[in-house]
Every structure is written in C-alpha cells, then in structure tokens.
Design a protein around this ligand. Structure first.
Ligand SMILES: *[C@@H]1O[C@H](CO)[C@@H](O)[C@H](O)[C@H]1NC(C)=O
Ligand SMILES: *[C@@H]1O[C@H](CO)[C@@H](O)[C@H](O)[C@H]1NC(C)=O
Ligand SMILES: *[C@@H]1O[C@H](CO)[C@@H](O)[C@H](O)[C@H]1NC(C)=O
Length: 303
C-alpha cells in the first residue's frame, strides 16, 4: 500500500513536471551560392522566434552520422525544420530531417514527447516523409501575405486552442501569414491521399486564386506541426516590403513561438553535461548580415 502511494505520488509529480529550460534544435540547410568555407546556414529569425518563447537554440548541422544525430536528438527538446531551397526528396537537409522525423515518431511509442515544427520547405518535407508518393502543386505564392482560411478542425487543435480569440480573428481576416513558396499541397491532393489524411489534421488552407492548398497542419497522433507560411518573419524580417509588422502580426509570431516552446517544455532530453550543452548552443556562433539579395536580415553561416 505504501509502495502504491509512493508510485502514485511519483507519477503525479512527474506528469505535473515541466521542463522550464527547453533547448530546441534548428536544422541547418545547404547554401547554394556558397563561398569557400560556407556549407550551411540558419536564418537568425528562427533563433529569435524560439528565444522569444523562452527556449535556447542549438544549430543542428548537416552531414552528421546517424549516431551523432541520435546523440543530438537525446540532448534537445524539439526541432524546427526551416524553409529554404533544398531538395525535399534527396539532399543533406532531407536526410537529416528524415532522421529526426523517424526518431520523433519512434520516441512517441516510448511516451517521449519530441515536437517537430516544419516551416515552408519544412512542411513540404514532412508531407513527403509521411507519404513519399505526395505530389505537390505549383502555386503562385512567392512573396504574398494572406489571411488564413481556418477549417472546422482549428478550434479543437492543439496548436491554436490557447491563442487569444482576437489573434485568431485577426489571422482569419487580415493578411498576417507570409508565404514565399512555389509549391504547395493542394487540398484536393490531401483529400485523395489516405496516408496524409490519416496522419495530418488540416487547420488552415489558402489559395493563390486557382489552387487551394493546405497551409497549416498538426499530426493527429504525434507532436508534429507545420505551416506553409512563415510565423517567424513578421517580428524579425524586414527585407520584403510586404511583410506585415502591425501589432497583430507580431502577436502571431509570439503566440506561435509560445505554442511550440510549450510543446518542447514537455520533453526532458538533456545534454550529457553542462559543458556539452554550452558547447552546442547557438551562442558559440555569430550572425552575419544578409547579402543584398538575401531574404534574411541576419543569418548564421557554418563552415
Ligand atoms: C577556409 O578555412 C581554412 C581553415 O580554417 C582557412 O585556412 C582558409 O583560409 C579558409 N578560406 C577562406 C577563403 O576563408
Ligand atoms: C500571381 O499572383 C500575382 C498577385 O499576387 C498576380 O499579379 C499575378 O498575375 C499572378 N500570376 C499568375 C501567373 O497567375
Ligand atoms: C464545417 O462545419 C459546417 C457547419 O457545421 C458544415 O456545414 C461544413 O460542411 C463543415 N465543413 C467540412 C469540410 O467538414
């Protein structure tokens, strides 16, 4: 009886626990017009986004061994697969993304909650990882801001259920979501792909006037979330004149960050030592200014 009580207390204590020191990975991505000694980058806006929600950031480098990625996975509390131009069927970005996706899914069966967030190219990669036969459609959406068309699933979603009503109304009625993508998952494709339908709940769609595409999803059974739009840009990127910086747009950035960092607070992975943790953090790297043609104000470039 005493043992039973202790177990119950322990269980309750554990479930009431929260990791208030979350560390989230951001997957680096290939540089295309790379100068010598430059192989990958991370837009600094993703880092600031996570920091605004109370997380610290670790860059996850390309080209690591599976063992190394497993070590990173067991040290961090979630990962962002950011936007960019890498190949989603075969690239170093795709390989790393697939490893983390599979590790996150496998972790769930052990009760290990490891959240994954795909942004823009990241959502496209997730669709292809879930269903390799996925065919994306060309969309005329390179550089537009749009209101989100929410679905019937939005209200009960994990992603949006704690958003203030005013932010939800603003997202639905004002162009606060920034899109810079040439491809998208047509809603009609989603509706005929059982693998995607079983895995993802559609929370919003958008249209370029011709193709209605899926713009926000969350997985039914896994802490996997994705947006075709860029929540991180509203508050932190100024290179494109159309990006909205109005108060509502900034709140969208913040509430998305708050949501995802809270997901990471449910994860208890940790580095093997404080020294290893310190060595991995983004603080060891310096930002550089984006070039004239870069969409980023600041970025991290890795050798
Ligand atoms: C590239 O890195 C190597 C080793 O750190 C250095 O010797 C070389 O000068 C660098 N090249 C350029 C172009 O920065
Ligand atoms: C693409 O959308 C823009 C408005 O965002 C419009 O001006 C342009 O004509 C569209 N192009 C095509 C090929 O539909
Ligand atoms: C959403 O809900 C409305 C009202 O309940 C219903 O008329 C509509 O068919 C639903 N849409 C979908 C796609 O299920």
């Amino acid at each position: 009886m005493l043992f039973f009580c202790i177990s119950l207390t322990y269980l309750f204590y554990c479930s009431a626990q929260r990791n208030d020191h979350p560390i989230i990975g951001i997957l680096a991505q290939e540089i295309f017009d790379a100068k010598p000694n430059q192989t990958s980058y991370i837009g600094a806006s993703h880092v600031k986004f996570l920091e605004s929600g109370g997380a610290r950031v670790v860059p996850v480098m390309l080209d690591q061994t599976l063992e190394e990625y497993k070590r990173v996975f067991n040290s961090i509390n979630g990962i962002i697969l950011p936007g960019g131009r890498s190949n989603i069927y075969s690239s170093r970005f795709q390989r790393a993304g697939q490893i983390f996706y599979e590790l996150a899914i496998e972790a769930k069966s052990r009760g290990d909650h490891f959240p994954v967030f795909g942004t823009c190219l990241g959502i496209e990669l997730l669709f292809v990882l879930t269903s390799p036969k996925t065919e994306l459609s060309l969309t005329n959406t390179t550089g537009v801001i749009l209101p989100l068309t929410f679905t019937n699933e939005t209200k009960g979603s994990r992603m949006f259920r704690d958003f203030p009503a005013q932010v939800m109304e603003d997202l639905a009625t004002q162009p606060l979501s920034e899109h810079s993508h040439k491809w998208g998952l047509a809603l009609s494709t989603y509706n005929t792909n059982e693998e995607l339908k079983k895995f993802y709940k559609v929370l919003s769609t958008n249209t370029d006037g011709k193709v209605e595409f899926v713009s926000t999803v969350e997985a039914y059974d896994y802490p996997i979330y994705a947006t075709q739009w860029h929540a991180e840009k509203n508050a932190y990127e100024w290179r494109k004149p159309y990006i909205s910086h109005c108060p509502s747009a900034i709140k969208v950035t913040f509430h998305m960050a708050d949501f995802f960092v809270n997901e990471a607070r449910k994860n208890f992975h940790r580095f093997s030592s404080e020294k290893a943790e310190r060595r991995a953090l983004i603080y060891n790297y310096q930002t550089v200014l984006g070039s004239k043609t870069s969409p980023f104000e600041q970025l991290y470039i890795f050798p």
